[in-house]
Ligand binder design. Structure first.
Ligand SMILES: CC(C)(COP(=O)(O)OP(=O)(O)OC[C@H]1O[C@@H](n2cnc3c(N)ncnc32)[C@H](O)[C@@H]1OP(=O)(O)O)[C@@H](O)C(=O)NCCC(=O)NCCS
Length: 436
């Protein structure tokens, strides 16, 4: 017993001494108490550890460092066959097809198929996909109950993020990695339903029954507004969905792929992506644009408003892009739709104001409008509530997220970059709590 005690004591002493040595607390203490030999030697960390720590004390400028890119700017982190974002040319292609052709000739359903299979469907394949999505729209009761009891003041993106995460708890397929694609399709079908139902629950409105005779965009408008969707409006939303479906290694896609790279489940990947898209530097910008237009109010206020923002080094939402250094090719497409819409059902002054803002930023800062700039006016003109704008982006982008997650898993490597430590270089002595 006495032996065991003294061994334990000696071991504790040795561990403390090691720590003192490592921290460089006092060389004299080390001299006075040389390391004990043969006591609990097997369990002690090897002496090498001390020297490893000492080498960390070399000033960083003398040590060769791996390359550093803040925000991973300009770093290629994966290979993809999905979207080709040609920043210098201002072009965007999905699986080799230019989006300018895709919006003219395809429906959003075809784009979902294209992204998931890397080829366009024939008629039979498209119908098969449409049937598959239409059958999978119903939400489990716990999600409907959650919407009833959840706070009514949360951002719809927060509700969507939480509902997707919650849905994963009720799906046993998450344990089976071969079900990733099936779950992905199920989420593509359910996201619009969740978004619309949360919104209507918050407004105290009834929940229109799920229908199986409408495609994705028309069905969302039916659920959101509770009335027969106008085919023209449904077509415009379908085009907006195509333009938002995928976009290289944007922040939300990146976070979805990071989560996938840990071999986590599809719900977790999409939850990560929604949380990332929510931010105003990413998908949240479309809501910020409409708030800005409302705040400006009149064309005569534009110049002064932008001057004021730029003077305070504030960002103008919907302007600028990390990759496009010319035009974001989605912006003119959405502008064209916005002009058509505002002539009939919206407020034309918003397009005029938007054009004025875009011109000022182009002339003064060489920055162009991005996808969120004109989509804000499109959604507003379609009667979609402002607080739902980013959710609409998520509904369209989920197809890209699912495709990117599946692509990640085809040739997976864990995402795990480095960070460069730039804090104090000398290991610090931890002062006792009462001495701080
Ligand atoms: C999208 C975005 C994050 C890309 O940013 P980035 O490539 O990291 O570029 P930075 O934020 O470093 O900006 C570079 C310069 O352009 C300026 N800039 C970029 N976007 C700007 C904007 N929207 N309004 C005003 N200035 C802007 C920055 O202030 C900075 O100027 P400085 O060098 O004089 O400091 C950025 O353009 C932005 O914040 N835009 C507004 C949000 C938005 O619309 N997001 C949706 C993107 S699809």
């Amino acid at each position: 017993m006495a032996n065991a005690f003294s061994n334990a004591f000696a071991l504790g002493t040795r561990v403390k001494l090691d720590r003192i040595l490592i921290l460089g607390y006092s060389a004299r203490v080390a001299e006075m108490f040389p390391p004990l030999s043969g006591v609990g030697g097997d369990t002690l960390p090897p002496q090498k550890k001390t020297s490893t720590r000492t080498s960390n004390m070399t000033p960083p400028d003398e040590t060769p460092q791996p390359p550093y890119s803040k925000g991973l700017k300009g770093i290629v982190a994966n290979l993809t066959r999905l979207s080709d974002v040609r920043g210098e040319e201002g072009r965007l292609l999905y699986c080799g097809y230019d989006i300018e052709d895709l919006v003219d000739l395809c429906s959003y359903g075809e784009i979902i198929y294209l992204l998931l299979n890397k080829r366009l469907p024939n008629r039979q394949e498209l119908e098969g996909l449409q049937q598959r999505l239409r059958r999978d729209r119903e939400l489990p009761q716990p999600i409907l109950d959650f919407f009833k009891t959840a706070t009514k003041t949360a951002r719809p993106m927060s509700a969507l993020r939480t509902a997707v995460s919650m849905l994963g708890m009720y799906d046993d397929r998450t344990k089976d990695p071969t079900q990733m694609k099936e779950i992905g399709l199920s989420l593509i079908a359910k996201l619009p339903v969740m978004a619309a139902y949360y919104y209507r629950t918050c407004q105290g409105l009834d929940l229109p029954p799920i229908r199986t005779d409408l495609d994705e965009a028309a069905h969302f408008l039916w659920l959101l507004k509770g009335k027969e969707p106008d085919p023209n409006e449904a077509h415009i939303l379908d085009v907006a969905y195509i333009l938002h479906a995928d976009h290289g290694m944007n922040a939300s896609t990146f976070s979805s792929r990071v989560t996938a790279s840990t071999l986590s489940d599809m719900y977790s990947c999409i939850t990560s992506a929604i949380g990332t898209l929510k931010g105003p530097l990413h998908g949240g910008a479309n809501e910020a644009v409409i708030e800005m237009l409302k705040e400006i109010g009149e064309e005569s206020n534009v110049e002064a408003y932008i001057n004021e923002k730029l003077a305070h080094h504030e960002k103008i939402f919907g302007i600028g892009h990390r990759v496009y250094k010319t035009l974001d090719p989605r912006a003119p497409q959405l502008r064209r739709i916005a002009i058509r819409l505002t002539q009939t059902i919206g407020e034309p002054k918003w397009i005029r104001m938007s054009d004025m803002i875009a011109k000022i930023l182009r002339d003064r800062k060489n920055l162009n409008a991005n996808v969120d700039f004109y989509s804000a006016t499109v959604y507003y003109s379609l009667g979609i509530p402002t607080r739902m704008f980013t959710t609409v982006f998520a509904i369209a982008r989920v197809a890209g997220w699912v495709a990117q997650i599946l692509e990640q898993l085809e040739d997976n490597t864990l995402f795990r970059p480095l960070s460069r430590y730039v804090g104090t270089n000398e290991p610090l002595l931890v002062p006792m709590l009462d001495m701080r």
